[in-house]
Ligand binder design. Structure first.
Ligand code: SF4
Length: 367
């Protein structure tokens, strides 16, 4: 039997009022065939519109270092368990990173994100990142985000004191499943990093990778946990199949289910930036534009080592669907320049984007 209008309406009202949904309601949303996609998207859109309007924040992701990782995250081509061919390179110079921050600022970016591969940054690297953050913040009125692996409170405090605004570290999957996707570090390591960041007053960005065999309950628990952590930004990745990775084929990811996952995260995290990350094009297929109803952010230009659709096509999709792009530039200007002056900017690696199909795991740039 189909759910009545009131059921969908109550989801929207709960989201707008910041009320928590019960696990039972979340299970219905994700698993019951009687839940119809269009009224569900409409309810999620009401929440999205209330907190974020029709604006879409566009992020371009890239990394400061790539590969050579000691960890065995089985979804990641940089992991020691993967035989995927990737282009590994060491850390960029401080000069190069600061120059890129300058370019980002000049291009109108409001956030500059530095992404490092690896398990955890050494004290030396942490101090180097802190120096970079301090320099960038002293010169440019720009938000700075860092993604650098596992960190303790001493490290997160150092970054906070240097002026860092936000730390990115993904939970990726549930505590129960974590041991099946990675043995070199634990879910608790990841959670503790986020808690350390919160204790030192940093905002956190943390997301998931759906399609790794997780159950509906596990997704719900993750969405609820991210609410508890007050994550400001939640990238939702959909696992991409990558030759050479231990975790091969994604599981149970129809376009409809992907959209329901985005709706779930919107209802449970109404004020967060819900970002459609890797797998947008691959898994949502012809329903891709519908993802903008629950989500208010996306990655453009691919996902570190995997290609996405072109800037022009992504921008055009946003405009065609009736949304606006968060930028000082007009949509026409952005289209004209194929998005060169878009709002979010991260350290770029010349040449990397042409190396398609290399890196699904750090799809959203997080170690
Ligand atoms: S996800 Fe990060 S920590 Fe895990 S293998 Fe890839 S680069 Fe290393």
């Amino acid at each position: 039997m189909a759910m009545d209008k009131q059921w969908y309406q109550s989801l929207a009202e709960a989201g707008i009022e910041l009320e928590m949904l019960t696990t039972g309601t979340c299970m219905q949303l994700l698993t019951e065939k009687s839940v119809e996609l269009l009224p569900l998207l409409d309810a999620a859109f009401k929440v999205r519109e209330h907190f974020h309007g029709r604006e879409v924040t566009v992020h371009i992701i890239n990394n400061v270092s790539n590969g050579l990782c000691s960890e065995d995250c089985n979804y990641c081509p940089q992991s020691k368990s993967s035989s995927a061919e990737i282009v590994a390179y060491t850390e960029k110079s401080e000069e190069e990173i600061i120059t890129e921050a300058n370019q980002a600022y000049e291009a109108g970016a409001h956030r500059y994100c530095m992404v490092y591969a690896g398990r955890r940054p050494s004290r030396e690297r942490t101090e180097r990142i802190a120096r970079l953050v301090k320099t960038i913040k002293a010169h440019y009125p720009i938000e700075v985000c860092v993604s650098a692996g596992i960190m303790d409170e001493v490290s997160t405090r150092l970054l906070k004191e240097a002026g860092l605004d936000r730390l990115n570290h993904n939970l990726n999957t549930s505590a129960e499943r974590y041991g099946r996707i990675c043995t070199t570090h634990s879910f608790t390591d990841r959670l503790n990093t986020l808690k350390a960041a919160r204790r030192t007053g940093l905002e956190v960005c943390s997301g998931i990778i759906a399609g790794m065999g997780e159950s509906a309950e596990e997704l719900i628990d993750l969405a609820m946990l991210l609410r508890e952590l007050e994550a400001k930004s939640i990238p939702i990745n959909f696992l991409l199949p990558i030759k050479g990775n231990r975790l091969g084929e994604p599981q149970n990811l129809s376009p409809e289910y992907c959209l329901k996952i985005l709706c779930l995260f919107r209802f449970l995290n109404p004020q967060a930036e819900i970002r459609i990350a890797a797998g947008r094009e691959y898994h949502l297929r012809s329903l891709e534009a519908m993802s903008l109803y629950p989500a208010n952010s996306l990655f453009m230009d691919g996902y570190l080592n995997t290609k996405g659709k072109s800037r022009r096509d992504t921008l055009q999709m946003i405009i065609d669907a009736g949304f606006t792009i968060k930028s000082d530039k007009s949509a026409e200007e952005l289209l004209l320049h194929e998005g060169e002056d878009i709002v979010e900017y991260t350290s770029t690696t010349p040449g990397l984007k042409s190396d398609a199909d290399l890196h699904p795991a750090r799809q959203n740039g997080l170690s």
